[in-house]
Write a protein that binds this ligand. Structure first.
Ligand SMILES: [Fe+2]
Ligand SMILES: [Fe+2]
Length: 243
């Protein structure tokens, strides 16, 4: 932690100070840093039930990546990388690349656990839970009210937590443990089931996304006002992600 007596919103924090202070916020939040994963589902039924819940109301994730892209109107480099990220999330296959969209990977996972395409579609067309509607609704709405540097900085809570070595290590361990579990459970196509998890791990697309989020935060969250806005969004996003 930086030895500063600076205050968010009043003083300008240097990029290092900003990153440190955001990590202080995370570390102080109950369950903010998760070097160990909680008890995980370890039967086919439990995993399938979790996947059913996750499909309810459709895949809201990644819509906001498009909102971010539309918001970056005055910085060509940032906009260009955001487009690359949007393509990773929304499907490299849309431009002839090898990996489909992350929502598609989530479906691959579910289908290896017995869900059918029709069932997933039905769940997606249903209502989200009230909690999801509230938390996700706030997050999407925020993308239309905050300046783009704050939007890119908000990624430091979710994918950006992989900048912490203990989180990276845990996620790498998880890949091995998941593979072993799926072998025990007799999952037929383990690579297909795990593709989404791999993409979101430090050896997947998220590796670049983490660096991008951090670099953009350091460079563009560069006024006391923007830093204070990011601090508030960071806390709200912790509520959202840890609820
Ligand atoms: Fe993703
Ligand atoms: Fe990502």
């Amino acid at each position: 932690m930086a030895a500063v007596a600076k205050e968010f919103g009043r003083d300008l924090l240097s990029p290092d100070e900003l990153m440190d202070e955001l990590e202080v916020v995370r570390a102080g939040y109950p369950g903010g840093v998760r070097p160990e994963r909680g008890r995980k589902a370890n039967t086919i039924e439990e995993i399938a039930a979790g996947k059913r819940r996750s499909h309810r109301g459709g895949d809201g994730n990644h819509r906001f990546e498009g909102e971010r892209y539309l918001n970056i109107r005055d910085n060509k480099d940032a906009r260009r990388f955001q487009l690359r990220k949007l393509i990773d999330e929304g499907g490299q296959d849309s431009v002839g690349g090898p990996v489909p969209s992350h929502p598609t990977l989530a479906k691959w996972h579910s289908m290896e656990f017995g869900l059918t395409e029709e069932e997933i579609h039905r769940l997606e067309m249903g209502d989200p839970s009230p909690e999801q509607l509230t938390y996700q609704g706030w997050y999407y709405g925020m993308h239309r009210t905050e300046p783009w540097p704050v939007l890119l900085g908000s990624a430091l809570v979710g994918e950006g937590e992989k900048r912490l070595p203990e989180v990276r290590e845990r996620q790498i361990r998880d890949l091995d443990e998941t593979r072993e579990l799926y072998q025990e459970l007799g999952i037929k196509d383990i690579d297909r089931a795990m593709k989404g998890q791999i993409e979101h791990s430090p050896i997947g697309a998220d590796d670049d996304h983490v660096v991008f989020g951090e670099n953009m935060t350091r460079e563009h969250v560069n006024t006391p006002e923007l830093q204070e806005r990011l601090r508030k969004v960071f806390i709200l996003r912790l509520h959202q992600a840890r609820a």
